[in-house]
Design a binder for this molecule. Structure first.
Ligand code: ARG
Length: 455
């Protein structure tokens, strides 16, 4: 074997899970405090594909930052406040069942929400009582808050369980509700700095153009004095700075919220918070047409179940599948790999049309292919002609996973070639397989994929 090749192999084996990360490209890189906010679904509303993308992309970014030695805090900022809870409070009294709530909270709250929404359009009394319920929440009424708290706690319990299936965890389940009072302080602060302008409608806005251009104002207060989405984001950012003293804060949402975050960052700047420039929005494109057999995606769990059953079906044709200890779990991991790889192949900002066929095609650059390589090496134990550290470095610069994805897929091709080429080098071959397997596993874990050992 050529000398350079052996050196690389030795390095892969020695560095183990740190291979690629010990590189001089990252040495001298100061350890930073990084906050990554991602997933952030809305309680009682649909968990749509945008939330799924935010979840896997945010998880990737957090994994990468952590692997590079930074101190990462993962925040899930729930949509757990607003009129939907007025509707839910009223709706639950009318159509809710305690047992259903306890046994399947996400499903039941969503059903109640859909029904009360429908009724409220015809029946003005329902709309009125929903309004009143939300008013009670805003004013801190203990009874109303207790019901709200129950809805939230049960929902979060379910989220934790389902994220676990995805291999995702959070350090903090925050939410818009945390900033009801702090938003009022933000409004006072804006006012004291002369940035708050009352409108004829009684709302309050911040002028972002600096010259009164009405097309670039941001509304921060309703006419009844309550806060809005943007106000709560201001309060949340300030609070996180106090709490974590972050060097970077990353928000992961679809590109539809690009303007929202620009405005929030600009208002922070105007309020005199220089650290606003440490805030970064990572936008991603819109995915159309993700459907399950049950119809449109409403819950994350539906997607996971769909992945599992489709993959199980695919695997049923393979002989070894029958000997697997836990075929469901393996199917889910392989299926998730397939989903993540097809999502991460392109630029995050690109829109695309979703297709299960594309996710599961068994030939070509898919996650199934990648997962398949891992056990076939594991059972026996590459030529890495280019450097993993450079690939990691590229991803760390633009926060795009596709560099890692194409590296892993290329690595996978090399192995196929090598399998046939180096039948006669014994020990070295074993060494090689172990090395490739280690790099594959590290790369996959960064992407949020759990490598399987048999399939
Ligand atoms: N809950 C929001 C939504 O579903 C996303 C929250 C994004 N984060 C934020 N800090 N605004 O659209």
């Amino acid at each position: 074997m050529p000398f350079a090749f052996q050196t690389v192999l030795q390095q892969v084996i020695n560095d183990g899970s740190k291979y690629g990360l010990k590189s001089e490209l990252f040495s001298g890189l100061p350890q930073k405090k990084v906050v990554v906010e991602f997933s952030s679904p809305n309680v009682a509303k649909k968990f749509h594909v945008g939330h799924l993308r935010s979840t896997i992309i945010g998880n990737f970014i957090a994994n990468l930052k952590e692997a590079l030695g930074h101190q990462v805090t993962r925040i899930n900022y729930l949509g757990d406040w607003g009129m939907q809870f007025g509707l839910l409070g009223t709706g639950f009294q009318l159509f809710g069942y305690e047992e259903k709530l306890q046994s399947n909270p996400l499903q039941h709250l969503f059903e109640v929400y859909v029904q009360v929404n429908k009724e409220a359009t015809d029946d003005k009394n329902i709309a009125k009582s929903a309004h009143e319920f939300f008013q009670r929440l805003e004013l801190g009424d203990t009874q109303a808050l207790a019901l709200w708290q129950k809805f939230r706690d049960l929902s979060v319990g379910e989220y934790v369980r389902i994220y676990k299936r995805l291999g995702v965890h959070f350090d903090e389940y925050s939410g818009e509700s945390f900033y009801r009072e702090k938003s009022q302080e933000v409004l006072k602060l804006l006012d004291s700095k002369g940035l708050l302008q009352k409108t004829v409608k009684g709302t309050a806005v911040v002028d972002l153009s600096g010259n009164g251009d009405p097309s670039s104002v941001c509304t921060v207060m309703r006419s009844d004095g309550t806060s809005l989405y943007a106000t709560r984001d201001l309060a949340a950012a300030i609070d996180r700075m106090d709490k974590y003293n972050f060097d970077t804060m990353i928000y992961v949402t679809d590109k539809g919220q690009k303007k929202h975050f620009q405005q929030v960052f600009q208002m922070l700047q105007m309020m005199g918070y220089d650290w606003a420039e440490r805030c970064q929005h990572v936008p991603f494109g819109v995915v159309q047409g993700m459907k399950t057999r049950r119809g449109n995606v409403t819950f994350l769990e539906d997607v996971l179940n769909e992945i599992q059953s489709r993959m199980l079906q695919n695997m049923a044709s393979v002989k070894t599948t029958r000997e697997l200890e836990n075929p469901q779990e393996t199917a889910e991991r392989v299926g998730l790999a397939a989903l993540i790889i097809q999502d991460f192949k392109g630029l995050l900002l690109s829109d695309y049309q979703f297709s299960w066929d594309r996710v599961f095609q068994s030939r070509g650059d898919t996650g199934v292919f990648l997962q398949y390589t891992h056990p076939s090496l594991a059972n026996r134990s590459c030529h890495i002609s280019f450097r993993f550290d450079e690939v990691l470095y590229r991803s760390s610069q633009d926060l795009q996973p596709r560099h890692i994805v194409s590296y892993l897929l290329t690595l996978r091709y090399f192995i196929t070639l090598l399998f046939s080429d180096i039948k006669d080098i014994g020990d070295a071959r074993l060494h090689l397989f172990r090395a490739v397997r280690s790099v594959l596993a590290n790369g996959m874990k960064l992407l949020g994929i759990t490598p399987v050992c048999r399939m």
